[in-house]
Design a protein around this ligand. Structure first.
Ligand SMILES: CC1=C(CCC(=O)O)c2cc3nc(cc4[nH]c(cc5[nH]c(cc1n2)c(C)c5CCC(=O)O)c(CCC(=O)O)c4C)C(CCC(=O)O)=C3C
Ligand SMILES: [Fe+2]
Length: 387
């Protein structure tokens, strides 16, 4: 009898392609409005907020850095896979702009793939970071079926997704490295900085619906923040005091979103005597527009007006521990798929912090936009009845 495949010999089987699944962003001024319409379709975003966000993009020539960053991440993933002898294609597709998810899946299909493992460029679990991507995967699979001349529901590919990886050691390690480097880059003579972690705000209703494994979107961030601050303090040999703040709120003013806003928080810290901060964007995996505008343009200007010293830590980008961690997660997902297919126990899953590993196959109703309200939109990568 041949020996059962081990994690090393089985590689990424049963997967024959990797999908890097991201948000998307405009490549030039003409893309800005149609991109924003895609993002906000069916959402309650006021026109003046949209005009303001369009200005953020035009301030950078109508081009978001996110697409180049995803191309760099795809290349880094492909290199790390090859380095480990894993010869599978990595295709890249977005929810809101070209190349779309359906283009990437069609590319994988025409390359011979039948079972794809998806990696989402969002580390945390919430409607925005999980289910909305899975809904997009479902409609993209419908689209690929239709293009192949089949009924929409007859998907020619199966897509599985890597778990939310905010508490994977690779993501956490890359954030610790970035924070330590930021502290080391602070001008000598400046007061010891307070560490302000920053993430994307979401509506309170989305936060309430985001609870997975006992932890909401906010609590997932607090878990990462605690671990990163503790490890960074150890490396720096000096305690670091920290907070969690939010950026990029939209929606009507009457709708509550997670607070404090990073600008308000800097003002409150300044009033309480803080003169120096490091801003660590743990909510984002690359320095895309939310970082380039909301932090580097707006929050750093706020700090200047307050007379505070402020340094921004890098997001994880293509840092080595992060990329290595993503490939570990792909291998983990493949080992889970093999165990599930064979009816065998699943392998151990590495974590950092106090929370358990999040689910590799989402439970019905997880990460809705609002608790108890079913959108009626099917989502891939779950045990929901349609999949
Ligand atoms: C949690 C979260 C992440 C992190 C997880 C992840 O990375 O997915 C994220 C990422 C991003 N958000 C981005 C851009 C935008 N987000 C918007 C609107 C919204 N974001 C929300 C949440 C999040 N967003 C929410 C609840 C809304 C309200 C409308 C809705 O419920 O969807 C709008 C509309 C205008 C506005 O109101 O700001 C834009 C233009 C870009 C691209 C940046 C670039 O181009 O470089 C990226 C990576
Ligand atoms: Fe957003």
């Amino acid at each position: 009898m041949p020996a059962a495949p081990t994690a090393e010999t089985a590689g990424l089987a049963p997967y024959d392609a990797v999908l890097l699944s991201s948000f998307g962003g405009p490549n030039g001024p003409d893309d800005v409005l149609p991109f924003l319409r895609n993002v906000t379709a069916g959402k309650n975003i006021p026109d003046d907020r949209l005009a303001e966000v369009a200005e953020h993009y035009h301030h950078f020539g109508g081009r978001s850095p996110i697409n180049e960053q995803n191309l760099a991440l795809r290349a880094a993933l492909q290199d790390e896979l090859r380095r480990r002898g894993l010869d599978v294609p990595v295709v890249w597709g977005n929810r809101n702009w070209e190349p779309y998810t359906s283009d990437a899946l069609a590319e994988a299909l025409s390359g011979g793939a039948r079972r794809v493992v998806a990696l989402v460029t969002s580390a945390y679990s919430s409607y925005s970071g999980c289910r909305q991507y899975r809904e997009n995967l479902w409609t993209s699979l419908d689209d690929v079926a239709t293009r192949a001349g089949a009924p929409a529901g007859e998907h020619p590919l199966v897509v599985d997704k890597v778990r939310s990886y905010f508490n994977h050691p690779g993501f956490v390690q890359a954030n610790v490295d970035a924070v330590v480097e930021a502290y080391e880059g602070v001008d000598p003579g400046t007061a010891w900085p307070r560490l302000v972690f920053v993430t994307h705000s979401i509506p309170d209703t989305m936060e309430e619906a985001s609870v997975v494994a006992g932890a909401s979107y906010r609590e997932q961030h607090l878990d990462v923040a605690r671990t990163v601050a503790a490890d960074a303090s150890r490396r720096l040999g000096r305690p670091v005091e920290w907070d969690l703040a939010y950026c990029s709120r939209s929606g009507p003013p009457s709708q509550p979103w997670l607070e404090p806003d990073v600008n308000d928080h800097l003002a409150a810290l300044s009033a309480a005597g803080t003169t120096s901060v490091v801003l660590a964007p743990i909510g984002f995996v690359s320095d895309h527009m939310e970082v380039a505008f909301d932090l580097d343009t707006e929050a750093l200007a706020t700090a200047r007006e307050l007379g505070m010293s402020a340094v921004r830590a890098d997001s994880v980008g293509v840092r080595e521990p992060f990329v290595r961690g993503l490939v570990d997660l792909l291998l983990e997902r493949a080992a889970i798929a093999r165990a599930d297919d064979a009816g065998l126990p699943r392998p151990e899953q590495a974590t950092a912090g106090d929370l358990p590993p999040f689910r590799s196959v989402c439970a019905p109703g997880c990460c809705r936009m609002r608790a108890g309200v079913d959108s009626g939109r099917p989502a891939a990568c779950s045990t929901d009845p349609w999949s």
